[in-house]
Ligand binder design. Structure first.
Ligand code: 13P
Length: 253
């Protein structure tokens, strides 16, 4: 049985006091439960402060990226072991905003993925098609390519404890969410791809998150789908009440 994971991607929002206040509000609003795992991913510079607030809350801490190399001459990057040192257990990798605005490609994401695993972090690998790719009928090829972008480079058994987040780019921050059926169809496709790469048993254990305008009003329907094992939440994760409502919708008794 896959325990649902609800992850908040705070993106590039908030000063330290805002991050601390949000973390306090999230810790107060989210009911700790064995039926759901909860993760928040603040900007790098707030990891330490948020980690202090979340200590003993049962809520996990993650970063939004990590370097593709160990410590050394990589100006502007943050090494995976530095994130572990801040108390992070997870790291988002390959987010479409990184791919779009910073030119990250599958090779770079694979290098980051390897470093995350070596440091003991659980990667949350983002995949998803743009609207023009969907309209051109390329959705499955794009998503399969992004997964193979990791496994072709690192090996068929290389995903480790990683989580895959399907985030259709056209649904991110647009208020336009994939329908539950669209999400389920892609999640089933991803699981079938994974089965072909890493085998049935690893694929059926792997958690697949949906991301893209998930809100309290649509979370229950999306999370009820067989292959949707949680959510990667952007905008709604900046509101503790909304985030807690999504966590509650994911809780399985
Ligand atoms: P929104 O929930 O704001 O659409 O963002 C989704 C996302 O990009 C999470 O990583």
């Amino acid at each position: 049985m896959r325990t649902p994971l609800i992850a908040g991607n705070w993106k590039m929002n908030g000063l330290r006091r805002d991050a601390e206040a949000l973390a306090r509000d999230v810790a107060a609003a989210v009911t700790a439960s064995e039926g759901v795992e909860v993760l928040v991913c603040p900007p790098f510079v707030h990891l330490d402060a948020v980690g202090v607030v979340l200590a003993d809350s049962g809520i996990s801490l993650g970063a939004q990226n990590c370097a593709d190399a160990g410590q050394g001459a990589r100006t502007g990057e943050v090494a995976a072991d530095m994130l572990v040192d801040m108390g992070a257990t997870h790291v988002i990798l390959g987010h479409s905003e990184r791919r779009e605005f910073y030119g990250e490609d599958d090779g770079l994401v694979a290098g980051r993925y390897r470093q995350a695993l070596e440091a003991g972090l659980t990667p949350v690998l983002c995949v998803g098609e743009t609207l023009s790719e969907r309209d051109a009928g390329q959705t499955e090829a794009v998503v399969a390519g992004q997964i193979r972008g990791i496994t072709d480079r690192l090996g068929a058994d290389s995903l480790g404890p990683g989580v895959i987040a399907y985030e259709p780019v056209w649904a991110i921050g647009t208020g336009r969410t994939a329908s539950a059926e669209q999400a389920q169809a892609m999640h089933a496709f991803i699981r079938a791809q994974l089965a072909g790469i890493e085998g049935e048993s690893a694929a059926s254990a792997r958690r697949l998150l949906y991301g893209g305008s998930m809100k309290p009003g649509n979370a229950a329907e999306l999370l009820a789908m067989d292959d949707v094992d949680g959510g990667l939440i952007g905008g709604a994760s900046l509101d503790a009440g909304d985030f807690a409502a999504i966590c509650a919708a994911a809780t399985r008794d």
